[in-house]
Design a protein around this ligand. Structure first.
Ligand code: CP
Ligand code: NVA
Length: 311
């Protein structure tokens, strides 16, 4: 009784726990099909427009390959090439694209921009990352954690670093599936209050423990999953020197990892900056599942596309 057809995919806040579990199961099924070489083309004849206002490797290639595998087509549109870059409004762009394609994925800056696009589009809008959220990433992270740990309840995930888009999405995702989530971040780089409140609200129903911490050593204690992301996100390049020193105590390295459980797994959304937020021995070490995690972007996004666009 899960019906996602026609919905937007802007944030995991907008979905029920049941819908998230459904998407994860569908992603697992699609992963099996893909790995067995089965051809499965339920989106034959469908087109996805992909607008990128920031660079991307994983999101772009996995969405494009995912549409091809499902029998559809994906169009890469950089904002510089669209009239959007010359001042055409989001609303006009949304109305026009809605008449040509079946869904639009956008990677942009302000989260309000994707909300505006969704308001004016009559087709599903998918969030490929905004300054505030990255729901496709968080869903792939859940799939990876489930594959490795076989459960969510009782698992402690510790995100070490910037309270950014990835940290927000992961906090909501953890709350939805009842997984404990602790973020260790510098005082002035905490997740937005709105996201924390939303996560706490969701966690009331699922029993997840959501904690904002500022001491990485205490936070990491008994962690099953360690997660970090870059210290300087796309669009923050001017702050990079300042951030380098502020975040130094939050580096994920062998010393910090002594406090995690001995069977901890390490996740990173990628791209990574080795020697900054994480040292090479950790990200390239035996606890790291970052490439399995990156692979899962493909399977999860195919599940999203099929659910929003399928018959
Ligand atoms: N993790 C992620 O979204 O990667 P890209 O920026 O390469 O898409
Ligand atoms: N926080 C990073 C994630 C990149 C996938 C950024 O926004 O640049």
């Amino acid at each position: 009784n899960v019906h996602l057809k026609g919905k937007d995919f802007l944030s995991l806040k907008d979905f029920s726990a049941e819908e998230i579990h459904y998407l994860l199961e569908l992603a697992s099924e699609l992963k099996k099909k893909q790995l067995s070489g089965e051809i499965y083309t339920p989106l034959y004849g469908k087109t996805l427009a992909m607008i990128f206002e920031k660079p991307s490797t994983r999101t772009r290639v996995s969405f494009e390959a995912g549409m091809t595998q499902l029998g559809g087509h994906a169009l890469f549109l950089s904002s510089d090439d669209l009239q959007l870059g010359r001042g055409e409004t989001i609303a006009d762009t949304a109305k026009v694209l809605s008449q040509y394609v079946d869904a639009v994925m956008i990677r942009t800056f302000a989260h309000s921009k994707i909300e505006e696009l969704a308001e004016h589009a009559t087709i599903p809008v998918i969030n490929g990352l905004t300054d505030d959220d990255h729901p496709c990433q968080a869903l792939a992270d859940l799939l990876t954690i489930y594959e490795m740990k076989k459960k969510f309840k009782g698992i402690k995930l510790v995100y070490v670093g910037d309270g950014n888009n990835v940290a927000h999405a992961l906090m909501i995702a953890a709350a939805q599936v009842g997984m404990d989530y602790t973020i260790a971040c510098p005082e002035n780089y905490a997740p937005k209050q709105g996201y924390v409140e939303e996560a706490l609200r969701i966690a009331k129903n699922t029993g997840a423990n959501i904690v904002v911490h500022h001491n990485p050593y205490e936070a990491v204690k008994d962690a099953d999953v360690i997660y970090t992301d870059v210290w300087t996100s796309m669009g923050q390049e001017k702050e990079s020197v300042e951030r380098l020193s502020i975040f130094q105590p939050f580096q994920v390295n062998a010393e910090l990892m002594q406090y995690a459980k001995s069977d901890y797994i390490f996740l990173h959304c990628l791209p990574a900056h080795r020697g900054e937020e994480v040292t090479s021995d950790v990200i390239d070490g035996e606890h790291s599942v970052v490439f399995q995690q990156a692979e899962n972007r493909l399977h999860v996004q195919k599940a999203i596309l099929l659910s929003l666009l399928g018959s």
